[in-house]
Unconditional design. Structure first.
Length: 248
């Protein structure tokens, strides 16, 4: 099927690989899709697509999403997902990937062969009492840097750079912090949890993902903090290949 304009707007894709598993990556709050797109070189058996949310990149003129449920409905309307595929989502991306999988199940659509969630507590658990998205710009950036890291010092030190990143980051945080989990039956999808062993997300919060799948979950811990994959990319991508490889 030819690629349509709506699909291109949602997806930043690496080179086509005939017959390869489709891997859709959902970035973290304020994330740069290019950071995930370059993984394609180390994932030769997958065709990589990074999901670009409304209001970002080539979609900068579109309004930002106001809810994950609306985002999931729009994604399903535009992206066919007809070939075998898997989802990987980091932090906010984990929640989005999970909610899209729920929407696919509810719509009777083809489900991912694997759902890989990274550095995010199980979605039914309580959220931190104080949201970040309501903070003034500078306080928001400082709070995110303190809680999760990942914001380069050159951004924090530059008013121009801060102005570029703060609105998309605030929009993403609002999506996560205003999301209300709706109980549902567990998904019939294998679920793997990735995390850094020095992240603020606890082992118990990660293990609680078991409530959301009928399959036994696997938790894979890596050295590092919330952005563990930046310092241990080769190890993380090898584990990702292991998850995606069919049993022999």
């Amino acid at each position: 099927m030819p690629t349509t304009t709506p699909v291109r707007s949602w997806l930043l894709s690496a080179s086509s690989r005939a017959g390869a598993l489709q891997l859709y990556c959902f970035p973290h709050a304020g994330g740069n899709p290019a950071e995930y797109l370059r993984w394609a070189a180390q994932l030769p058996d997958a065709e990589l697509h990074v999901v670009q949310l409304p209001g970002r990149g080539s979609r900068h003129q579109e309004p930002h999403a106001t809810s994950i449920e609306r985002l999931a409905a729009d994604f399903l309307a535009d992206v066919p997902l007809e070939r075998p595929y898997a989802f990987f989502g980091h932090s906010l991306g984990a929640l989005i990937g999970y909610e899209i999988t729920r929407a696919l199940r509810d719509a009777g659509r083809r489900l991912p062969q694997d759902l890989i969630v990274s550095a995010f507590p199980a979605p039914h658990l309580p959220r931190p009492a104080k949201p970040l998205h309501t903070l003034p710009d500078d306080e928001l950036l400082q709070a995110v840097a303190l809680r999760h890291g990942g914001i380069p010092p050159e951004i924090l030190g530059s008013p121009q750079m801060r102005a570029l990143v703060v609105n998309p980051l605030r929009s993403d945080l609002r999506l996560a912090e205003t999301h209300h989990h709706r109980p549902c039956t567990p998904l019939p999808v294998p679920l793997t949890v990735f995390a850094g062993n020095r992240d603020r997300v606890s082992a118990g919060q990660l293990a609680a993902w078991q409530q959301h799948t009928i399959e036994p979950i696997t938790v894979r811990s890596f050295p590092g903090d919330h952005f563990y994959f930046r310092d241990h990319e080769t190890q993380v991508l090898q584990s990702l290949k292991d998850v995606l490889s069919p049993p022999r």
